[in-house]
Each structure stands twice: as structure tokens, then as C-alpha cells.
Design a protein around this ligand. Structure first.
Ligand SMILES: [Fe+2]
Length: 189
């Protein structure tokens, strides 16, 4: 379950329909999807197979051509360098679409001069349209596993704004702490 915050007004929303409607006004799709298709130890291939219908439906909705599973945890090599690519304000030339399978993180969205943060966790689907200024950071467990969709096969490219706005916002995670510290191998990062 996500937590939506507007830091400037100290507003915090943790009711699903309210999160969905507030984000919709900002042009962001938020949905809750079932997590019961696969177990926590399912392989990437099992995840993609189990969610094949949702993956195909999303491809149709957004013109996405490919999907994969990203999986990072504290044992991921060069995790700090990887996170440093996400945590500065940037845009993409395609949508950023994530369905969270495990772990938690925060998307900061800077839309029309107003910053909103969306803490996402297992079962949350978030679709951020191309061109939206945003940045992302993990919660303290430093763990995220998610299905991603792409409109181009060339891969994920950030275009940094260089605004430095991310330095003004503390990444506060409110959701339940992920208790596992399982090290998984064999997943594409
Ligand atoms: Fe991004």
C-alpha cells in the first residue's frame, strides 16, 4: 500500500481511493494489483509468466514493447552507484511504469511546481508519464523488486535537470519495514 505526501503542506494520504484520485489529477496512474500469483522466491521467468496477462494489457495501454524484472537488495554490486542514478531529479523520454513485487521506495514527483512523494510497496502499480520530473530513492531496507515496462528496447535513460531540488526533501518512509534480508541471485538488475 502506498503513502502519498505533499511535503510543503505536511499532508499525508494513506487511503487507496484518495491516493488514486489525487495522483490522477497529477496525470499519474496508481493501481493496486494482486500479489498472489507467485511466491516470494519465484524466478524472473516465473514472475513474467504469472503476470503475462497484466503485462500484455499494460503494453496495449501504453504502447510498451518490452517488460522485465528489476531486483536490487543490499547485496547488489555497486548498489550505491546504481541508486545515485535514480535519486537526482530527471525525466525520461518514455513512461516509467513499475509494479512493485517486494521492497519499498519513494518516487518524488515535481509537477507544476509542486512536489509530491509516493512511497510504493508490494502490490502498488505506478505509471509516471514521459517528461515528468521525478527522482526515486529506496527505503532503508534498500530493497526493491518490480516489473518494468518500456516503450523502447534501447533501455532506460535519465535526463537530469540539474535543479538540485532533491536536496531539499528528506526521503521519509512510513510503510511497514521489510523484515527479510534475503540475498537472491540469478535475477537481472
Ligand atoms: Fe526515473
Amino acid at each position: 500500500m502506498a503513502v502519498l505526501r505533499f511535503p510543503e503542506t505536511d499532508q499525508k494520504i494513506d487511503i487507496e481511493p484518495e491516493i488514486r484520485s489525487q495522483l490522477a489529477r497529477l496525470g499519474i496512474d496508481y493501481e493496486r494489483w494482486s500479489l498472489d500469483r507467485v511466491g516470494a522466491d519465484a524466478s524472473t521467468e516465473d514472475v513474467l509468466r504469472a503476470y503475462a496477462s497484466e503485462i500484455d494489457e499494460m503494453k496495449t495501454r501504453g504502447g510498451y514493447v518490452t517488460a522485465d524484472v528489476i531486483d536490487v537488495n543490499p547485496a547488489t554490486p555497486n548498489l550505491d552507484a546504481m541508486l545515485a542514478k535514480f535519486d537526482k531529479e530527471h525525466t525520461h523520454s518514455e513512461d516509467e511504469v513499475r509494479f512493485i513485487l517486494a521492497g519499498r521506495g519513494i518516487f518524488f514527483l515535481n509537477i507544476q511546481g509542486k512536489v509530491a512523494s509516493v512511497e510504493v510497496g508490494p502490490g502498488d502499480m505506478l505509471r509516471v508519464p514521459k517528461g515528468t520530473t521525478h527522482w526515486f530513492t529506496l527505503c532503508e531496507e534498500r530493497r526493491i523488486r518490480a516489473i518494468r515496462w518500456f516503450q523502447q528496447t534501447s533501455g532506460w535513460t535519465p535526463e537530469y535537470t540539474g535543479s538540485g531540488v532533491e536536496n531539499s526533501y528528506q526521503p521519509l518512509c512510513f510503510g511497514p519495514t521489510y523484515l527479510g534480508s534475503r540475498v537472491e541471485t540469478g535475477f537481472r538488475v
